[in-house]
Design a protein around this ligand. Structure first.
Ligand SMILES: [Zn+2]
Length: 464
């Protein structure tokens, strides 16, 4: 039977983040176990193909990937490919924004290597995150990509299924799809680009309409990922069709439409400076107000170690019980760990007296315990310090840290938008436009390698 190779290799990079991903940061499966995570096996088997599983290696957003870590996984995928050079298809689930030191796009490099081994007739299909930074060269090596159609992302499974079905369709009909990349020269605040709202809602609908055509394998909007300083950091439209002409025509039309909406994206919630967010939270009448420290968003690769908002709150000395959850600070946690709850300590960094409130634990992305937390009270402000980077995305994180989320009226977390799991606890949400590795203000990111002109750094006319 003809073979299809399946793999996944993902890490969204952040050039300003401090920590490069380590081996233990990757959720890793090999062989048949990768299908605990990928849903494409049945589709290929039902279509009569032998499925050759390689690896699944997926890390949380981090700093750029170092070469040793990249090749540790790349070699494993290439070994599968070299053992099966006669494969008629390759399916890979990428993020699409992996930046490797000294190499550039990790996706592009791997695709080039795979193409050297498989035949030119082999169909390579991919699933990618809607925030992938696509390089135009991708079209020289791959045939199909299906990007997520939802932001926030809820269609990871459907996007795998679409790519797998497209791959099978191409193979069964003897078609070699052409993948056309059209860049769109903007980098916008990702948190304002939501597919449930206009204008993206209609544009996504349009891509779905194109996909109903027999000669169109996929039509995608990629919104770009502004936290990598690289030449391919940009929005794009990517269309995969039977002919180059068809793919190019649709990609350009979508690109012009996407470009025309560039000034329409606005925050739907209050997005203000950290100072203003703290002022509003302290004065607000709502039962519980959340502030998200978006510049230090640990789910976007930032370290979670900035204390600007904590310091503003200490200075504001609020009458309301306040919690700042998840400040990465190994030294504070371990330096004070042997103190008992209720003991007083002096925090020289903040020049204040504090009381040890509680000892607790922190959870990793897959909800395993990854370290300790120590909560200190400074007046009404409780600061949860964590041994390692962590994300407080749901009530369970507060429970593990031994702090009572329901007892607070102001809560600060290191996120962009609040995760859905926290929304029921938020009577009001303030998005703090803070500095840091995940700062959403393009001008303050000071990117040097990106293509210019680039909106909104530059004002210019453009047409695909
Ligand atoms: Zn994304």
């Amino acid at each position: 039977m003809e073979k299809i190779i399946v793999a996944s290799f993902q890490c969204e990079s952040n050039s300003k983040a401090k920590l490069h991903p380590k081996k233990e940061d990757f959720e890793y499966f090999k062989g048949e176990d990768i299908f605990k995570k990928l849903v494409v096996k049945d589709i290929f088997e039902k279509a009569g193909y032998t499925v050759i599983p390689s690896i699944y290696a997926v890390a949380l957003p981090s700093a750029t990937v170092t070469e040793d870590i990249y090749f540790y996984y790349e070699k494993q995928i290439m070994q599968t490919v070299k053992e099966n050079p006669d494969a008629v298809g390759v399916y890979i689930f990428f993020h699409g924004s992996m930046e490797v030191d000294n190499i550039g796009s990790g996706e592009l490099y791997l695709l080039k290597e795979i193409r050297k081994v498989v035949s030119s007739d082999c169909i390579i299909a991919m699933t990618m995150d809607a925030h992938a930074n696509i390089t135009a060269e991708l079209g020289n090596y791959a045939n199909i990509t299906c990007g997520f159609k939802t932001v926030p992302h809820t269609d990871q499974k459907e996007s795998q299924v679409r790519a797998a079905n497209a791959l099978v369709y191409a193979l069964k009909n003897g078609i070699k799809p052409y993948l056309y990349v059209q860049y769109v020269p903007f980098l916008l605040k990702n948190d304002t680009l939501l597919t449930g709202e206009e204008p993206l809602k209609s544009l996504i609908f349009e891509t779905l309409e194109y996909e109903k055509q027999d000669d169109v394998f996929s039509a995608n909007l990629f919104l770009g990922h502004c936290w990598i300083d690289a030449v391919n950091t940009c929005a794009s439209t990517v269309v995969c069709a039977t002919t180059k002409e068809k793919a190019e025509k649709i990609a350009k039309k979508l690109a012009n439409e996407l470009w025309s909406t560039r000034k329409d994206y606005k925050f739907k919630i209050e997005a203000e400076s950290p100072e203003e967010c703290v002022r509003r939270a302290v004065a607000g009448k709502e039962n519980r107000i959340f502030i998200t420290d978006s510049g230090d968003n640990t789910t976007a690769g930032a370290e979670g170690d900035t204390t600007g908002i904590l310091e503003l709150l200490i200075a504001a000395n609020p009458k309301k019980k306040t919690c700042v959850a998840g400040i990465t600070d190994y030294d504070t946690v371990n330096g004070l760990w042997d103190k008992k709850d209720g003991e007083s300590v002096y925090l020289s960094k903040f020049k204040v007296n504090a009381t040890i409130k509680s000892h607790g634990e922190i959870l990793g992305w897959t909800k395993e315990i990854i370290g300790k937390s120590l909560t200190l009270s400074i007046g009404n402000v409780d600061a949860v310090f964590t041994e390692y980077r962590s994300a407080f995305i749901e009530k369970g994180n507060f429970d593990k840290a031994n702090v009572d989320l329901l007892g607070y009226r102001i809560v600060v977390v290191k996120l962009g938008y609040l995760f859905t799991e926290l929304k029921p606890y938020a009577d009001r949400e303030l998005f703090a436009l803070s500095d840091g590795a995940s700062c959403v203000e393009l001008k303050r990111l000071n990117l040097k390698k990106i293509m210019r002109p680039m909106y909104p750094l530059d004002e210019f006319e453009w047409k695909a």
